[in-house]
Design a binder for this molecule. Structure first.
Ligand code: HEM
Length: 505
């Protein structure tokens, strides 16, 4: 979709556009947004046009590809203007590691994009900053752990959920089907058990709608028209995708409120069922001790729940689906995975402990995450103070994109950056090797909060499914025809496709 199409989607007239453009220009010049006077060398980049910045050079369907190309020309720290918004892009393993780890504080704030800001208003974990984030992140982390993350209890939940999924997959009797919804429901149930204290049936229409709509929202947030809205909120406020997002937000909030109210009514402080109960208990005890201005308020709870739901469902389910697609596309690699699983595990239930005895399978999962690159630009960061980094001056409050794609595909780190090559994670004896540039969860202060849960889920889901089924393209479709081009969206999903899951046992 071209820039013009997006404008035309909105009902503003061309003359109004012209007026707004002039006003913006005056604003930008007066607010000094396009210049950086006297404070030191600024990161280089393509010359921006007034108001539009470098917009005409950016592929809005796949902005991460444009940024990757620009990094080849301008180096590992460069400036680009997304409309009037100045963004410093960090590229390549060495640069991201240095910025996110050695300068963790300086690069550790979050930039809340307009479409999210109007909904979440600085609450929750994903998009928050300052004291609120400092209270909410440890709270979320501690409770994810208390309710199972990284522990046996959680492993059991994942195994149980996988069992339900296997039964539904079996029901297709080897006929082709789209794995998206089932994978999403199954993975979502893990985070639901931790957060709400219970799982849902895959046939539960409210649950299905919550999951489907949340995923639709993730796709819409990455659409060209919403990126345009984020750059020019005044002009693009009428774009269709924005009203769809607003409707989804209203629906999800309503459903969550109903769940909260039920949990509140049945709360037993001695027996917390999940993270929501723990939040309510903490809120009550703070209020009991006379603290009424803490960050433990209903708005924060509402946003945290939604953050965990979206981050805990979409990402992991999408990665498993990439894994299945890659197995169907590369049957020889699937043979090796299945040979290893049958030799080491046989037909018994796979457990987390088995990971170390399944180096090839583990390498395939890691390579899937690397190549799938599902969060290509991480989430936008922002500098928390002025910083001089690699000789460049970057002002406090500058938006920063850690370009994870450039690390996962870094030519100086990976032997075959653009191929599916599980040997990236194996030594010459076939033992699993960790690689520093494996950074799909990002790094530093804002590193993914659910990493250990995600890793456990990926291992159990992928290995169990490969133990039980042979994945193939639908009849009449060759392996070569399976398309690895990702769909447009904030996270990178496989393009719509069907697979056959042929039962093995
Ligand atoms: C394969 C699965 C996953 C991938 C690839 C992934 C990746 C990421 C990435 C790249 C970020 C942004 C880091 C940054 O801004 O530098 C992130 C943040 C986050 N993730 Fe994940 N994630 C996954 C699964 C999960 C799960 C299962 C949960 C929930 C339990 C989760 C919760 C979060 C949260 C809350 C944040 C925000 C952290 C903060 O801003 O302080 N993620 N994730």
């Amino acid at each position: 979709m071209g820039v013009l199409d997006v404008f035309l989607q909105s009902s503003s007239s061309v003359s109004l556009l012209g007026l707004v453009a002039v006003l913006l220009l005056v604003y930008l010049i007066s607010s000094n947004n396009f210049s950086s006077l006297g404070e030191g060398r600024v990161p280089p980049g393509p010359r921006p046009l007034p108001v539009l910045g470098n917009l005409l050079q950016i592929d809005l369907k796949r902005p991460y590809n444009t940024l990757l190309k620009l990094s080849k020309k301008y180096g590992s720290v460069f400036t680009v203007y997304l409309g009037p918004q100045k963004v410093v892009v960090l590229a390549g393993y060495e640069t991201l590691k240095e910025a996110l780890i050695n300068y963790a504080d300086e690069f550790g704030d979050r930039f809340e994009i307009p479409i999210i800001k109007e909904e979440q208003n600085g609450h929750g974990v994903l998009w928050s900053n300052g004291d609120s984030w400092r209270d909410m992140r440890p709270f979320a982390l501690t409770n994810l752990r208390d309710f199972g993350m990284g522990k046996k209890a959680c492993e059991d939940k994942i195994i149980e959920e996988c069992g339900y999924l296997v039964e539904v997959f079996k029901g297709f009797k080897g006929e082709p089907f789209d794995t998206t919804q089932l994978m999403n429901y199954s993975v979502s149930n893990i985070i639901c058990s931790i957060v709400y204290g219970s799982r849902f049936e895959y046939s539960d229409t409210k649950f299905r709608s919550m999951v489907d709509k949340t995923n639709r929202k993730v796709q819409l947030v990455g659409s060209p028209s919403i990126q345009m809205y984020n750059m020019f909120p005044w002009i693009c406020q009428w774009v269709r995708n924005r009203s769809e997002i607003t409707k989804i937000n209203t629906f999800i909030k309503k459903e969550n409120l109903a769940i909260f109210n039920h949990l509140k009514e049945t709360l037993n402080p001695q027996l917390c069922r999940g993270l929501i109960d723990a939040f309510l208990v903490r809120k009550q005890s703070l209020e009991d001790s006379g603290i009424t201005n803490s960050h433990f308020h209903d708005e924060n709870l509402m946003v945290i729940i939604q953050n965990l739901f979206v981050a805990g469902t979409e990402t992991t389910a999408t990665t498993v689906r990439w894994g299945l697609l890659l197995m169907a596309k590369y049957p020889k690699i699937q043979d090796q995975v299945q040979e290893e699983i049958i030799r080491v595990i046989g037909s018994r239930q796979v457990q987390i402990e088995d990971r170390k005895s399944l180096p090839f399978t583990d390498a395939v999962i890691h390579e899937t995450q690397r190549l799938a690159n599902i969060v290509p630009m991480a989430l936008p960061h922002r500098t928390s103070k002025d910083v001089t980094f690699q000789g460049f001056f970057i002002k406090k409050g500058t938006v920063v994109y850690p370009l994870l794609t450039s690390v996962l595909y870094d030519e100086s780190e990976w032997e075959k950056p653009l191929s599916f090559h599980p040997a990236h994670f194996l030594d010459k004896d076939g033992k699993f090797v960790k690689r520093d540039a494996f950074m799909p969860f990002s790094a530093g202060r804002r590193i993914c909060l659910g990493e250990s849960l995600a890793r456990m889920e990926l291992f159990i889901f992928f290995t169990t499914l490969l133990q039980r089924f042979r994945f193939t393209p639908p009849p009449g479709v060759s392996e070569d025809e399976l398309d690895l081009t990702p769909r447009v969206g904030f996270t990178l999903n496989p393009s719509p496709h069907k697979l056959c899951a042929v039962p093995l046992m």
